[in-house]
Design a protein around this ligand. Structure first.
Ligand code: ADP
Ligand code: TZD
Ligand code: MG
Length: 579
């Protein structure tokens, strides 16, 4: 009730004394309250001022040249930190540009929130042709884990809390948050606004596996003659590094890291079966999946890759629906990886038997043979360089800087790098992921540098780089310690293809011959180097990492060196036509 003094004053004066807040400030306060430190964005109506005000309020706001790259940055920030990465875009076209990354985050189980401004609901819903009109919420829904729209300032706190919880709890994924232009300008009482904000408590609660499930898994594992553990990027995401390492070592079982799980235990670990991949997939009899899906990357758990021997699968995953998705799972363990692996470890007790020595010995032997076979190829000094000559240098650079983050995309540039470059620490390798998507390169490199403060080495195919190449300006603008190495073979897969119609157009897969990508970064004040020999490449990478300055090295690769589709030529429909 108004006291006497207030009651005496005219209504307008009372109004003027009330402290007010608005949608802009409530969004910013809600994000800050929940620990958001970085936003990846492209400015424009209606979110230009939101970006400015976030920056003024102490949130780091990185502006990109294209929303897709800002989105990929946010997605990998989510993977690296276990907090939702935030991407901020304008309406319709900006939103759509960000949407690929949101779908990518969902597909890869990375927590991310795409926040897009949108046009006036009344106009959009009557399709009356508003500025950048689009029903963004409806379009986003099938491509993400959850999608919300906030219409009233007093709901901003709840809207942001729901978005955060949806992104990180259970199986992580992408969340869309629609903020109409009108919302930002809505004014409300500051005190009530403050009270409406929500600090999310325990956003990703531990999910403890059932004791019986843990027991069942250990029984299956104990009965194995040729056990194998496959570590996926879910295991890397979980940040349960010590428990995973302890479990793998206690079990004595050979482990195979999926691409982004490399380094969870070092690739040089005596139990690592990375260099004996086809042998262990074919010959194992019990396979324990930890945060890895039996999707195309593991040939769906069946067929030639998996050999004749019958297999039993144990699967640890937070998503119950993942079980039996491709083959039957003998021992499903549903829970978060940290809790599951810890429960397994303690249930193993003190007298867990060693893994069968004939099997571990055979795997180790195969691995050493394969490593010895590869070694001479990495010493090649051939000019022009082939992939192996260049990768011999790059694998040594990573060995010298095990804390550096390796970003990797391309076809040959991806597959050969994955095989050649050993990783030594968790979450240091980030790449094309579940879709094998091109275009993650510069967004990932920027977020990796920003989120971790570590040096970044981006090994890029020349085609792959082109999808996000303009962000070298962003890298230079923020002075990030990113060294980009383009394995430049003049095109997609190879630079030697010819136009089969005989016309003067180049073939569909080739680019300008002898292109000098290094010149691009010079336009923005970065260091460009053209490296034609392994020695030049070695010096350039060492200088780049030592200086911490944005560098782009154009590594000239023999245009004939690559193979069609890298290592996945079998997925090309042409290879399925019976001749
Ligand atoms: P990869 O491509 O490396 O094989 P996938 O992306 O196919 O890995 O699989 C990752 C799996 O990890 C997903 O099924 C996801 O549900 C699961 N996952 C992600 N985070 C966790 C976690 N904290 N605990 C348990 N499982 C998780
Ligand atoms: N578009 C998107 C978004 N993702 C894709 N994966 C592709 C197209 C198809 N694609 C690949 O799968 S790899 C690749 C493309 C275009 C480029 C390969 O060329 P590169 O690598 O120069 O990057 P190499 O070393 O020449 O093989
Ligand atoms: Mg290429």
């Amino acid at each position: 009730m108004a006291d006497a003094a207030t009651a005496m004053k005219p209504a307008t004066a009372v109004e003027a004394e009330r402290e007010l807040t608005d949608g802009f400030h409530l969004v910013i306060e809600a994000l800050k309250l929940n620990g958001v430190k970085t936003i990846y964005n492209v400015p424009g109506i209606p979110i230009t001022d939101l970006g400015r005000m976030c920056q003024a309020a102490g949130i780091r706001v990185l502006s990109f040249r294209h929303e897709q790259n800002a989105g990929y940055a946010a997605s990998i920030a989510g993977f690296l930190t276990k907090q939702p990465g935030i991407c901020l875009t304008v309406s319709a076209p900006g939103f759509l540009n960000g949407l690929t990354a949101l779908a990518h985050a969902t597909t890869n189980c990375f927590p991310m929130i795409l926040i897009s401004g949108s046009s006036e609901r009344e106009v959009v819903d009557l399709q009356q042709g508003d500025y950048e009109e689009m029903d963004q919420l409806a379009i986003a829904k099938p491509l993400c884990k959850a999608a919300y729209r906030v219409l009233h300032a007093q709901d901003i706190g709840i809207g942001i809390a729901r978005a955060i919880r949806a992104a990180v709890s259970g199986r992580p994924g992408g969340v869309y948050l629609d903020l109409p232009a009108k919302l930002f300008a809505q004014v409300m009482d500051a005190e009530a606004g403050k009270k409406s904000l929500v600090k999310v408590i325990d956003a990703a609660p531990a999910q403890i596996p059932a004791t019986a499930a843990v027991r069942r898994a250990l029984d299956v594992l104990a009965g194995a003659k040729r056990p194998l553990i496959i570590l996926g990027k879910g295991a890397a995401y979980a940040q349960a590094d010590e428990a995973i390492r302890a479990f793998v070592e206690k079990s004595g079982v050979p482990f195979l890291p999926m691409s982004m799980a490399k380094g969870l235990l070092p690739d040089t670990h005596p139990q690592c079966a990375g260099a004996a991949r086809s042998t262990v997939l074919k010959e194992s009899d019990v396979v324990m999946l930890i945060g890895a899906r039996l999707n195309w990357l593991l040939s769906h758990g069946k067929g030639k890759t998996w050999g004749e021997a019958p297999k039993k699968f144990i699967q640890i995953d937070i998503e119950p629906k993942e079980m039996d998705s491709n083959v039957d799972i003998a021992a499903p363990v549903v829970g978060d990886i940290g809790s599951c692996v810890t429960a397994l470890l303690s249930a193993m007790g003190d007298k867990w038997p060693a893994a069968p020595a004939d099997w571990t010995g055979a795997v180790a032997k195969k691995r050493e043979e394969n490593i010895a076979k590869m070694a001479p190829r990495f010493m090649s000094n051939a000019v022009p360089m082939d992939y192996y000559g260049a990768l011999g240098v790059l694998r040594q650079a990573v060995k010298n800087h095990p804390d550096a983050i390796l970003v990797n995309e391309g076809a040959n540039a991806l597959d050969l790098t994955r095989g050649a470059v050993d990783m030594y620490e968790p979450r240091k390798r980030i790449d094309v992921g579940t879709w094998g998507v091109m275009g993650i390169g510069m967004g990932y490199a920027i977020a990796a540098a920003v989120e971790t403060g570590k040096p970044v080495l981006a090994i890029e195919g020349d085609s792959a780089f082109g999808f996000s190449g303009m962000e070298v300006e962003t890298i230079c603008r923020y002075g990030l310690p990113v060294c980009i190495v383009i394995l430049n073979n003049d095109g997609i897969y190879r630079g030697t293809d010819v136009n089969r119609g005989g016309g003067s157009d180049p073939a569909t897969t080739v680019f300008v011959k002898g292109a000098r990508y290094d010149k691009m970064i010079e336009a923005f004040g970065g260091t460009g180097v053209n490296a034609t020999t392994p020695d030049e490449l070695r010096r350039a990478v060492a200088d780049a990492i030592a200086s911490g300055q944005p560098t782009l090295i154009n590594a000239v690769i023999d245009p004939a060196a690559g193979s069609e589709s890298g290592r996945i030529g079998n997925l090309n429909p042409q290879s399925k036509i019976k001749k």
